[in-house]
Design a protein around this ligand. Sequence first.
Ligand code: DOR
Length: 446
Amino acid sequence: MSAAICIRGARVIDPASGEDSVRDLFIRDGLIAGAPETPPDGAVTLEGAGLVASPGFIDLHAHLREPGFEDKESIETGTAAAAAGGFTTVCAMPNTSPAIDSAAVVEFIARRAREAGPVRVLAFGAVSKGRAGLELTDMEELARAGVVGFTDDGSPVATGRLMQAALLYAGELGLPVMDHCEDHSITAGLGINEGPTASRLGLAGYPSAGEESIIARDIALLSLVGGRFHAAHVSTAGGVEMIRAAKRRGLAVTAEVTPHHLTMTDEWALGAGAATAGVAAPLTAAAYDARAKVSPPLRSAADRDALAEGLRDGTLDAVATDHAPHTFGDKAVPFDEAAVGLSGLETAFGSLMSLVRVGALDLPALIARLTVGPASVLGERFAGLASLAVGSPADVVLFDPDERWEVDASRFASKGKNTPLDGLTLQGRVKATIAGGEIAFGGPAR
Ligand code: DOR
């Protein structure tokens, strides 16, 4: 049984209820509790003065790599990274080996997650067997095993016909289809946004249309057959506009955006500092920075700003990390050959706080997009994970919105040290993470 916990005198922000007030927050028997008449024996006290307490963050999109790619990450290290980043729930993507395409793999992941600790791991099942894009998985079997949605992430749902069937079947099961919207016939081999930075580096660019054409396809199919479509890691201004229009039409579309697409641009491929040096500055040895290679690619400043506006106005329901840990060797190759993705769980919150400081959205709204937003994508049965109401599961994060800290990837809990933020300073730091009433990160000893 977990100990009782009291977080004393924190600013409690609970977007589910609209609360924003300074008070004590109590946890008992794994649940949010009301104020006790006398402090329970053995209660742990966390000093909250100057800190913010909110529901733990929910990540709709993380690559935990197990089974199959434990050299990059394991469920144990991935959930430790989640806890360090303030996440109490992470959704595991199915581009594992084997893929999450059978009940056996779903059950394996659930067992490994229980062994790893209190952070909740929810699995997305694959849309197609082996993620090969040919034949639908047994979605009913996967739903019974507990998946929270379907995706072939890492790859798009390969054809319109398959997406149509997936929306129909998953819709019957009440689950969303998350699509990695990318037309491989346009984007194969392209690792950087089409634009001046790609030209400067002499690299062929991945156009926005390579993403938007599939968002358009999926919206058209959604209006044809129903179901629920969730757009993964939207990265373009045009994509935001299409989703905004589809929502206005009342379609069951939701969308997520990553911290990196909200805070970085394609110029990060020029290497740290180069983005501010101006276009006339010569390329340095830091150029072709493969740590800034992600899929979809980092886009232009105009795209980045449209994403922030989409997040603010609710077109984009959730921030999701697309945490994509890779080994050193996966990235220590020419830019064109490097693996896509960055290790994002531990820097997400510090990165996102920059949006609050520039006034793109306020702190309660940011927390909402990390809690109630993703919970609503998962469905009503997960609402309690994004609430501080008495009786809800005690998933709580305690953070300092102002603390400055230097990113040192070598000290990440994640095996993935691949981030262009390494060595840079972020402002906003997670101090403690409580999942299911257990301290998963930080706490009194720190
Ligand atoms: O950057 C990415 N990395 N995007 C994806 O869609 C896949 C992911 C990965 O698995 O490494």
